[in-house]
Design a protein around this ligand. Structure first.
Ligand code: SF4
Ligand code: ZN
Length: 343
């Protein structure tokens, strides 16, 4: 039995890099200290905030909600609302919804559940089947990622949020980094920062308080605080996503060479400022369909909706009219007929 480095109790966690062992009490203290340090280091939260916590009801997002709720007790000017986006994945999402509702009721936290069905017009299961029927080239996770961001933004605007906190941990960030290198998406790499702010008010500030926290630690924090049951539920569409392969590969590398993920995070933080310089001055547009800011004249959510037949006839007419006068819009509509992208 390994003992905690700070007391006589048995250890529940040994940090693979520092080799320091922690009992339950000292692990919780270590974890919360690390998150507070990240919040301070990147100036993530101000004195007065309306915080939307993007919560899937899984271990990472409930850990984030729990720690922010605890911190909010000392920061009475923080108002927290948990927002769960229900994509409509049968047999999967129902279980995590239960976790959030249970947590929110016990701890008196405000929450909102917003569904794809209400905000997009179809559940993800319906979207996948429609996409298959129409022979569209996109994977379920592409729709899921794009529409989840779209709905989260809409709800955050409705709630007049000043900041959106997401539970992306270090593992998520470095996986996304590798995925974007593979797809040569450097603009997306440049967005993998702990804070995304918009001076011009284009979008609500986004923060990732777990940016430097390994997934193992946020999962353990959730289990030790009884936030989730120790059971494993997996999205049925995960097999279509390259992320699961990259995740497995990175975990194997980390087991053999502890510190690989931190190394990648440092590499990402070196490359982002260089990319930002390189990408400076790129055009930003307001989507001609929904008005959200985007790197294209029609945002991806609206392009997907157009293809799936989810945009109202008068709006389609408006886009087609614009396409007759605007080469970019015409190209975009054509491109999205043939091209494939993934989240
Ligand atoms: Fe969405 Fe893909 Fe994650 Fe499932 S695996 S929840 S479809 S992003
Ligand atoms: Zn749009």
């Amino acid at each position: 039995m390994v003992k905690c480095n700070f007391c006589e109790r048995s250890a529940v966690y040994i940090n693979p890099i520092s080799k320091i062992a922690y009992c339950k009490k000292h692990f919780v203290e270590y974890f919360e200290r690390k998150v507070r340090k990240t919040l301070r280091k990147y100036n993530m939260l101000r004195e007065e905030e309306r915080i939307v916590v993007a919560t899937s009801g899984g271990k990472d997002s409930l850990s984030l909600l729990h720690i922010l709720v605890r911190l909010a007790r000392k920061n009475p000017k923080w108002k927290i609302t948990a927002v769960l986006i229900d994509e409509g994945i049968s047999g999967y999402r129902e279980k995590t919804v239960e976790n959030l509702v249970k947590y929110a009721e016990i701890h008196g936290v405000d929450y909102v559940i917003a569904s794809f069905k209400d905000y997009i017009g179809m559940t993800l299961d319906e979207i996948v089947s429609e996409s298959f029927k129409k022979n569209l080239p996109y994977m379920p996770c592409s729709y899921c990622g794009v529409f989840r961001r779209y709905v989260l933004n809409k709800v955050a605007h409705e709630l007049k949020a000043t900041v959106i906190a997401t539970a992306h941990n270090m593992d998520d960030v470095v996986q996304t980094y590798l995925m974007n290198i593979i797809s040569n998406s450097w603009e997306r790499v440049s967005t993998l920062t702990p804070v995304r702010d918009s001076e011009s008010g284009e979008f609500i500030r986004r923060i990732k308080p777990f940016y430097e926290i390994p997934e193992k630690e946020s999962a353990l924090y959730a289990l030790l605080n009884n936030l989730v049951k120790p059971e494993f539920t997996q999205c049925p569409y995960v097999k279509y996503n390259i992320r699961s392969t990259i995740r497995k590969m990175l975990n194997e590398l980390e087991d053999r060479y502890p510190g690989v993920k931190y190394g990648l995070l440092r590499s990402l933080q070196t490359v982002i400022p260089l990319l930002k310089d390189h990408l400076k001055g790129r055009d930003r547009y307001k989507c001609v369909v929904c008005g959200e800011f985007s790197s294209q004249k029609i945002c991806r959510a609206c392009l997907y909706k157009i293809q799936l037949g989810l945009v109202k006839t008068e709006e389609i007419r408006h886009v087609v009219d614009l396409a007759e006068r605007d080469k970019n819009i015409a190209e975009l509509l054509k491109l999205y007929k043939n091209n494939s992208t993934s989240d």
